[in-house]
Design a protein around this ligand. Structure first.
Ligand code: ADP
Ligand code: MG
Length: 312
């Protein structure tokens, strides 16, 4: 459905998107996950034809977004990070106006406006000026706009940012229901959000794709890592130096803890159990272990590791 090949976006000497390639299959929900500044909005703006790429190609259902923008754009509905709403219009006027711009046939337009208002639950707000709507409802108007003309692909840039928890749940439900008949790509910097709604997760870091997997697949990666959390009597910097030499170590963080002890977080390979070694090292340095727990690695840990947590 969508094929992105070797995409590069250069802002002066800064590379916001760095040789990005991926494909999006029909009828699935994709999560575009990455910390702020990872290049999510830039990539979405390129896929939707709002920004030109420095290098690379984007095919939408076989149509090149740069060479055949009209044809390619017809397949896409886009909700940008900041939707361009007109505050002095009401949703009904705005959607009619946007539908005309989008080239929805005039005769079918009133019915189409009704359809997208019903889908996004804004019918009862149709005559209220957009500037007087809550942020949640304004977001729904942007959503309705993306659905005009019933495009096959819906692209949503951080659709839940700035909403309250109730509104977030509603928007997620809406995205899930859209996923039944459409291909959806949504971006987020919140891992739990994409793992809750997406069939497939693409993790972006510094303009590069660092993982492409199902939520279950990412889950399996976590199981290949052992995680330990400890409270130790000792100075965090010193403990870190002591423990750095442990066999099979993948990550270590040390920090002062409210208890007055140092909090130590260790991650090792699946086939390494570092506990005996940790005990001997710390006993030798006269740093008693006050508490030790082996913990399950969370999806957050995987995300942080892939997008570059301090691993020294
Ligand atoms: P995300 O949506 O993942 O937070 P963006 O795609 O907005 O990331 O931005 C990626 C990087 O590109 C950021 O470091 C941002 O500062 C930079 N960037 C975005 N737009 C521009 C621009 N017009 N000029 C220069 N740098 C930009
Ligand atoms: Mg963004």
């Amino acid at each position: 459905m969508i094929e992105v090949k070797d995409l590069v976006k250069q802002y002066g000497s800064f590379r916001a998107v760095d040789h990005l390639s991926f494909t999006v299959e029909k009828g699935q929900i994709y999560g575009f996950l990455g910390p702020n500044g990872a290049g999510k909005s830039t990539t979405m703006n390129i896929i939707t034809g709002y920004l030109s790429a420095t290098e690379g190609t984007v095919l939408i259902d076989g149509h090149d977004i740069f060479l055949e923008p009209e044809e390619a754009k017809r397949h896409i509905g886009y909700l940008p990070e900041i939707p361009p709403l007109y505050p002095d219009m009401n949703p009904q006027e705005y959607l009619k106006f946007a539908g005309e711009l989008k080239g929805v046939p005039r005769k079918g337009l009133p019915g189409e406006v009704e359809r997208v208002m019903a889908l996004t639950g804004i019918t009862h707000m149709r005559l209220r000026l957009i500037k007087n709507l809550s942020k949640g409802y304004r977001q729904r108007v942007g959503f309705a706009c993306a659905l005009l003309g019933d495009p096959e692909v819906i692209i949503l840039d951080e659709p839940t940012v700035g909403l309250d928890p109730r509104q977030i749940i509603d928007i997620r439900e809406l995205i899930k229901s859209l996923g039944k008949g459409h291909t959806v790509i949504l971006s987020s910097h919140i891992l739990s959000e994409v793992s809750a709604v997406c069939d497939h997760i693409l993790i972006l870091s510094k303009g590069k794709l660092v993982a492409s997997d199902t939520p279950e697949g990412l889950g399996r990666r976590m199981q290949r890592t052992n995680v330990y959390d400890m409270l130790v009597q000792g100075e965090p910097g010193l403990l870190r130096e002591l423990l750095k030499g442990i066999q099979g170590l993948r990550a270590i963080t040390t920090a002062p803890h409210e208890s007055g002890f140092a909090a130590v977080h260790l991650e090792t390979d699946e086939d390494t159990d570092p506990r005996a070694q940790v005990f001997r090292l710390l006993a030798g340095a006269d740093c008693p272990i006050m508490e030790l727990q082996s913990a399950a690695m969370s999806l957050e840990d995987v995300f942080l590791e892939l997008t570059g947590r301090d691993r020294s």
